[in-house]
Design a protein around this ligand. Sequence first.
Ligand code: AMP
Length: 390
Amino acid sequence: MLVLIANLGSTSFKYRLFDMQAGDGRVLAQGGFERVTDHGETIEAALAELESSGVIASRKDIDAVGFKTVLGRNLSGCVEAGQEVLDALDGFAAVAPAHNPPYAAGIRQFSRLLPEARLVALFETAFYQWVPEAASRYAVPRTWHEAGIRRYGFHGASHKFIAERSAELLGREDVAEVVRSLYQKGPQAVGTPLRVISCHLGGSSSVTGIRNGVAIGTSMGFSPQSGLPQNNRVGDLDSGAIPYAMKALGLELPEIERQLTKESGLLGLSGVSNDIRDVNEAAAQGNPDARIALDVLVHEIRRWASSFLFDLGGLDALTFTAGIGENGAPIREAVCKGLEGFGLKLDPEKNAACRATEAEISAADSTVKVFVIPANEELVLAREVFRKLS
Ligand code: AMP
């Protein structure tokens, strides 16, 4: 089965073509376009590129196209991308303005250009379908709840992959199998409980608690604007701050939204950059704002991780993934500091040596394992598409 994964940004289009014969996935081709103004033209160009390179004889060889859609109104999971998905994306376009419109446009274009291919949407919220209601409700009036204002959670594909891979690394094939078939069968009973906290730390970050392969809660809520401080998005903010800022700073709502989306997070705190490498460098040179930006990020990671520790009632593994999680040894060290009392002890040498490769970085006598697990979201999506259609 040939599965094309379409990664659609507001001004970019990236693709990766997988041969899923064995179910595991082998990349046949990949490419991308920046400064996209017309997704239709770009998708046509990508298909022509695949044909002319000889990777495929004809575009008809593509069996399925997978889309990592973000947030749908009244819809989640891994589903065929038809009118229902388009309506769900349109219904929440205002909540995810950078993501939903390009995906809706892309799905429409692919259904026109590849009428015989199966189109599959994997919502980033899908992994949180079984989060207990108490962890997904906001304390707002019922009318708000009925308007869809609740905690959804994001980075679901990444955290689900961590749930599967961490179970494999811990020798828990029973749990790994539950994760693999989660969107087909739902949660299943397993032997001994398995408790994992997954830290996806990148340009956009979140922490998720996972029991027996199923998410019990996550740091992101209604929109990707919530939870940990992001590269230039604010993360959690007291709702009382917005009406106050409107009055005290004389700002209108669109400008408030712009500042909280574009000028906050690591950039807002540090005043230096939205890229943690620049913030690290500035902190090392003694910039106090850069230092506090790093400290706030670590504090918030620990705050969320500790909240899941109570719900999980213990921990078997703590995992790090995505750009900062895979490369940022100092952040990992700071997150794990002082947790020996909980049985979590990092091996400083293994931690310092680990960069963007899979590794166990806990000390030999640590009862909680600490893993770095590189993210591969396209492959995760290709596997979900394959499972959905097999
Ligand atoms: P992602 O969203 O997963 O692509 O991650 C992007 C983030 O990873 C950016 O903030 C980068 O600064 C960070 N990152 C990438 N490489 C490194 C590195 N070598 N050390 C620390 N952070 C890194």
